[in-house]
Write a protein that binds this ligand. Structure first.
Ligand code: NAD
Ligand code: ZN
Length: 387
């Protein structure tokens, strides 16, 4: 395939700013700030005014979860200051809320509000709130404007960019969904202060992923700033979040609906990572970001076996993930169960497992080159306890 797109180089004087996501008439801005939630009001108003449906918006359904509710209030107030009447729906935290039942309850709230196509949905929370609220915005009256205020690192660097919205069914994650781009995304890095440290570290796995797949200088920068990131030094976090949004926006704008295969580059670490999550049991031993961290190391080892990279790169990746407090192995999991889980991956073609593997730092390729023996060796290493 399909090399990753060449992103614009990392600007060393890179200042926190607005990232524009260029998608024709569905283009939108991501604003990255630290503090001053009142700024969300004017930002939301101008994003609404820029769309036909949002013009003259007078009412919005704010969707948040019970953990985020305490920090959501200033953002809701900022909308009220713009003359937008707010109704707030607080869902239970956790993946179980990404359900059709929960979506139906929220759609009923919009109906009760007599919301017309000019009403807006405002998602304030992590990826669960974003995916669910996005699904509601995509389906109510065939689509109403969606504003997002992502409050986990994962949501800020990943799920709030790209327009994928979905809910789960008991037997399949994200199986009922759509593409529905937000009209604006407001990222306030101060919201991360109350985020549990483990959730912060999980988001870091996706941050590191962007460096490996698209941007070697960015990988250097994450290494340099790792401690500042973990202590939420505002400028360091804004810079990294903005760069991730730029990189994802670049990929998404070239493959908005996952048709060209380009968006697959985002799956580095996820082929083995998803298997780790599935075999460990979702939400059990491994959170998504932790499984991706261990998956990235295992997939880098596969690339080593193909002769694409040498072990120094894998060692560097391992050191950085350790520094960020992420696991790099999955001791005790059954390698053959992992292999079986991988045969279900949706990237597979003609019965062959396909991976996104590094060619060098900052460049990946979709491939089915690894043999069964390569995979078995790598999974054996992955599941061996730390020596
Ligand atoms: P999450 O939304 O469940 O948030 C994690 C936990 O942190 C929750 O308990 C939440 O209540 C809490 N929380 C959120 N913000 C907080 C804050 N600022 N302070 C204190 N607590 C806070 O999980 P997530 O990791 O953000 O998102 C995972 C979801 O995102 C999954 O459902 C996944 O499928 C989805 N996702 C979607 C995309 C996409 O492109 N749409 C991409 C990646 C992941
Ligand atoms: Zn991921």
């Amino acid at each position: 395939m399909t090399d990753a797109p060449a992103p614009a180089p990392l600007d060393p004087d890179f200042k926190p700013r607005t990232v524009h996501v260029p998608l024709g008439e569905r283009s939108y801005d991501i604003r990255i700030v630290s503090g001053a939630p009142e700024g969300f009001g004017p930002f939301a108003r101008s994003a609404l005014e820029a769309t036909r449906a949002g013009r003259g918006c007078r009412v919005a359904l704010v969707i948040t979860d019970a953990n985020v509710e305490p920090i959501a209030e200033p953002f809701a107030r900022a909308l009220t200051s713009e003359g937008i009447a707010i109704e707030t729906a607080v869902i239970p935290p956790g993946e179980a809320s990404k359900s059709l039942d929960q979506a139906a309850a929220l759609l009923d709230r919009l109906i009760a509000l007599r919301a017309d196509r000019h009403a807006a949905v405002v998602a304030i929370g992590g990826g669960v709130v974003g995916d669910l609220a996005g699904f509601v915005a995509a389906t109510y009256a065939r689509g109403i404007p969606l504003l997002m205020v992502p409050t986990t690192l994962l949501a800020q660097v990943d799920s709030s960019v790209g327009g994928k919205v979905a809910v789960n069914r008991p037997a399949a994650k994200n199986i009922v969904g759509s593409f529905h781009q937000p009209i604006g995304v407001w990222i306030d890095t101060e919201t991360l202060i109350s985020l549990p440290p483990r959730e912060l570290r999980c988001g870091m796995a996706e941050v590191v992923k962007y460096g490996v797949i698209l941007d070697a200088p960015f990988f250097d920068l994450i290494e340099r700033d790792a401690t500042a990131l973990l202590t939420l030094e505002p400028e360091a976090v804004r810079r990294v979040v903005a760069r991730c949004c730029e990189l994802k926006a670049e990929v998404v704008s070239q493959d908005e609906r996952e048709e060209t295969g380009l968006r697959a580059v985002l799956n580095f670490g996820h082929t083995i990572g998803h298997a780790i999550e599935a075999v460990a049991g979702y939400g059990q031993g491994f959170q998504h970001g932790e499984a991706v961290a261990a998956g990235m190391v295992a997939e880098a080892r596969l690339a080593e076996r193909l002769g694409w990279i040498d072990h120094h790169l894998t060692d560097r990746l391992t050191r950085l993930l350790h520094h960020l407090g992420l696991p790099t192995r999955a001791p005790g999991l059954d390698p053959s169960a992992l292999r079986d889980a991988m045969t279900l991956d949706k990237k597979n073609r003609a019965g062959r497992i396909r991976y996104v593997l590094p060619r060098s730092l900052g460049q990946v390729e979709l491939t089915d080159a690894p043999t069964e023996a390569d995979l078995i060796a790598v999974l054996a290493d992955l599941t061996t306890p730390d020596r």
